[in-house]
Design a protein around this ligand. Structure first.
Ligand code: ZN
Ligand code: ZN
Length: 430
């Protein structure tokens, strides 16, 4: 066993504590106040240069929650006794990105990406759900770490601790980026233009997969779906449904026709695209002609050009239908990600590294055609366009519980120390 894997086996107890702490306080996109403050505090303690909040976020934040929700989660974080108030203050208003930088002389610039956000899902309260029976289930009603970003944050902290204690093994500049708002997409776009990421040689991202066996490691994934999420607001006119229905403009009619027409549009594209109207809200009362309708829609495709085409066609359809019904419509993009491919040669390096550790019995070098989207793709493309290499890795984390975005989602905690070992090996590798 290498000295690195021995280190992380010894650190496993602490990593579990971190993971359970993050799990207990799940904060959704742009509300990762407590998580970011805890991370920043640890990075500072361990000698990292910390760049966070408004100093790190340099572009528009898409899909920002309403002020009431931002304030709610900020107040919850403020109530916690374990957080540094000055660091917490820096995240106020939804500025929840943190980067820790370790300068180790000449050498490559390596970025390790970690995501921190949770989801708006109620966590299972069944005895067989381990986080519940062990007492670390969500303390925030209606929110849950159901994608494993609590594990990612713990793995990132483990990596940070190791690096800070083994600077003699490192060369160049190491950047640990703890990004907000991966779910819903848009967190990366807000930080990627920061000078820290101007010239990155290698970028590493990792996701734990509860739907894969815990002996599996995927060194490089290709073809995450490019995605664009948008809201449509259709404005009609209210009127008395019996006295003067002719004076109203029913916004529900174009909304209904849009849903049906987009289903037809979908059929004109290849089967692997995704187009989904996930939510419709319309109307105020039975006896009022519906004045407003709201749709939440997402488009996804295997490449960015097809996604754009699908999006543009959808918008054209929506505009034609709303004007046919004499309604106004407002369309706002609330999140997007590109498609990306791991750099094949870097995936090979990762693959050989993983094999040499002997920690995973099933190692897959590359995996094609994934059916999810990943905000990290924005960083991958940025790094590759500026001459660097990037990989997105997957770690099987099944513990036979529910899978991603389900109320009984859970992971095998074994993968905490194993994943951190791989990342630390990659940080030390030259
Ligand atoms: Zn997710
Ligand atoms: Zn995720």
């Amino acid at each position: 066993m290498s000295s690195i894997s021995k280190y992380f086996q010894d650190l496993q107890k602490e990593m579990i504590q971190w993971r359970r702490l993050f799990h207990k306080y799940p904060e959704p996109a742009w509300c990762e106040f407590g998580t970011a403050a805890f991370v920043a505090q640890s990075l500072k303690e361990w000698g990292f240069e910390v760049c966070m909040g408004k100093d790190l976020i340099c572009d528009e934040r898409m899909n920002l929650p309403i002020t009431e929700n931002l304030n709610k989660f900020y107040s919850l974080a403020k109530e916690r006794k374990d957080l540094d108030k000055a660091l917490l203050e820096k995240t106020k208003g939804g500025y929840t990105a943190v980067a820790g930088v370790l300068n180790c002389g000449d050498g490559p610039v390596k970025v390790f990406r970690v995501d921190m956000d949770a989801l708006p899902i109620n966590e299972s309260q069944l005895e067989e759900h381990l986080p519940f029976s062990k007492g670390f289930a969500s303390a925030y009603d209606g929110f849950m770490h159901a994608c494993g970003h609590d594990a990612h944050s713990a793995i990132g902290l483990g990596l940070a601790k190791y690096l800070s204690q083994h600077k003699e093994k490192l060369q160049g500049k190491l950047i640990l980026l703890f990004q907000p708002a991966e779910e819903g997409l848009g967190g990366m776009a807000a930080v990627v233009k920061h000078p820290l990421f101007k010239k990155v040689d290698e970028a590493y991202g990792l996701h734990v997969w509860a739907n894969r066996a815990s002996n599996e490691f995927i060194s490089g994934t290709f073809g995450q779906l490019a995605s664009r999420k948008f809201d449509v607001e259709i404005i009609g006119k209210a009127s008395h449904a019996a006295l003067a229905p002719e004076k109203g403009i029913n916004a529900m009619l174009p909304a209904a026709e849009i849903i049906l027409s987009l289903e037809k549009l979908k059929a004109e594209f290849p089967s692997h695209i995704r187009l989904n109207v996930g939510q419709m809200q319309a109307g105020t009362a039975r006896n009022i002609v519906c004045p407003e309708a709201h749709l939440k829609i997402e488009t996804r495709a295997g490449d960015t050009a097809t996604r754009d085409q699908l999006f543009n066609e959808s918008i054209k359809t929506i505009k034609e239908i709303t004007s046919k019904y004499a309604c106004n419509c407002k369309i706002s993009v609330v999140g997007e990600s590109e498609s990306a491919a791991s750099s094949a040669d870097l995936a090979k390096v990762v693959h050989q590294m993983v094999m040499s550790t002997g920690l995973f019995s099933h190692c897959i070098e590359t995996e094609l055609h994934n059916t999810y989207s990943e905000d990290y793709c924005t960083l991958m493309n940025h790094v590759q366009k500026t001459g660097g290499k990037a990989v997105f890795m997957g770690v099987g984390a099944s513990n036979q519980a529910g899978t991603h975005h389900q109320t009984d989602f859970d992971i095998s905690e074994e993968i905490l120390w194993k994943s951190a070992t791989i990342l630390a090996e990659l940080a030390c590798y030259n």
